[in-house]
Write a protein that binds this ligand. Structure first.
Ligand SMILES: Nc1ncnc2c1ncn2[C@@H]1O[C@H](COP(=O)(O)OP(=O)(O)OP(=O)(O)O)[C@@H](O)[C@H]1O
Ligand SMILES: [Mg+2]
Length: 354
């Protein structure tokens, strides 16, 4: 085949949660981005419990199925551990520390903050500034997690036949997806203080972004599982049946008033509570905007309800409008599922420049 461009390897983003595994591959050519493939598969019961992969083999099989259904041929992958499984610290170190000694110094510094033997911990760090003048200390962001959290991701990816290249933290993957979204949508929201609310299956997470990076985050136990349980109870369905009916929007009349409206109301209350807790934290700035993501962002009426409760403009983060799509992608399905894919997008985009 005639091609003088060097083929560039893409990274497959793999987002593992207790309800599903999402895989997504995005590629880049200059300033153009293309969604090559994506797939969603349910996670086997009890294989992910409270953000911990307890059965990496079963999760690996689900990833393998998701990759197959997506049609992706990407072999290198990025996955993430939950924010609640990682400690993030900002530290400063003297600019006199030679670069080759930084890693050791960072480890020594972190020993004080971590209640586990250092040999059981994986640490990564990023230098935020460039201390060229002597005297300016290094400003360093350090992330630490128990090595077993990294290992279980790696085992799951390998079980799916993928080569793990990046093990990220979910929050940073989300941050990355939002940076890409603002580039794609040519928005200047990143200069604002925005609250990103991810309403998933079992959790609702608020992350506050200031100048494009997360300054606050908090997780609450609320999500679409509650709606599904309520549908099961009201209509005498199994969990799987409830999920299918919700996806097809084929629930009986009366569903909206009886089941959906109370869920939307509870969701708005949860978000309001999360935001109040943020405002009561020290140095909190006023949120100028709320951006929604996660499967429940697609629930009808949720945007208006949260906006009314919090008295703040609300929208749904949707970068997929601005990305070209490979032929294999079903546009109608993508529209329904796009709010579930932001973390996987942020992970795949780790391999890109933007
Ligand atoms: N169109 C829709 N209408 C209503 N609910 C939906 C819709 N699409 C998805 N959901 C709900 O969204 C949830 C899945 O969202 P998502 O994939 O973001 O969660 P998750 O990442 O698996 O969970 P968590 O982040 O809590 O671990 C499910 O509970 C599902 O029922
Ligand atoms: Mg999620």
């Amino acid at each position: 085949m005639f091609s003088f461009r060097k083929p560039k390897k893409t990274l497959l983003g793999v987002d593992i949660s207790s309800s599903s595994v999402k895989v997504l591959e995005i590629s880049q050519e200059g300033s153009k981005y293309n969604l090559e493939a994506y797939g969603i598969e349910p996670t086997p019961p009890d294989s992910v419990v409270e953000n911990t992969i307890t059965d990496p083999e079963a999760v690996g099989s689900a990833i393998e199925r998701a990759v197959l259904s997506s049609g992706s041929t990407s072999t290198e992958a990025a996955c993430a551990i939950a924010g609640s499984k990682a400690i993030t610290k900002k530290i400063t170190l003297s600019s006199e520390v030679p670069e080759q000694d930084l890693e050791g110094q960072v480890q020594l510094e972190m020993v004080q903050h971590i209640p586990h033997p250092i040999e059981d911990i994986s640490i990564d760090f990023h230098i935020e500034n460039n201390p060229t003048d002597s005297g300016t200390p290094y400003e360093i962001t350090v992330v630490a997690t128990k090595s077993e959290n990294v290992d279980s991701c790696v085992v799951a990816l390998e079980r799916a036949g993928l080569a793990p290249k990046v093990v990220d933290v979910e929050l940073f993957a989300l941050e990355n997806a939002i940076s890409l979204t603002s580039v794609l949508c040519r928005e200047d929201k990143l200069s604002q203080v925005i609250g990103v609310v991810d309403i998933g299956s079992s959790s609702t997470k608020l992350s506050v972004l200031e100048n494009g990076s997360i300054s606050y985050n908090r997780e609450q136990n609320f999500g679409g599982k509650q709606l599904l349980n309520e549908i099961q109870r009201s209509y005498g369905l199994s969990y799987e049946e409830a999920k299918a009916r919700l996806a097809e929007s084929s629930l009986e009349p009366g569903y909206e008033e009886k089941t959906l409206a109370p869920f939307v109301e509870s969701a708005a209350q949860e978000v309001e509570r999360a935001i109040q807790l943020f405002y009561s934290s020290s140095n909190a700035s006023r949120l100028e905007h709320i951006s929604l993501t996660g499967g429940c962002a697609a629930v009808e009426g949720i945007v208006a309800s949260i906006s009314a409760k919090t008295d703040t403009p609300v929208d749904i983060i949707n970068p997929f409008d601005k990305i070209s799509l490979a032929e294999r992608i079903d546009q109608v399905k993508l529209k329904q599922e796009s709010t579930m894919l932001l973390t996987a997008l942020g992970l795949s985009a780790r391999g890109l420049v933007f």
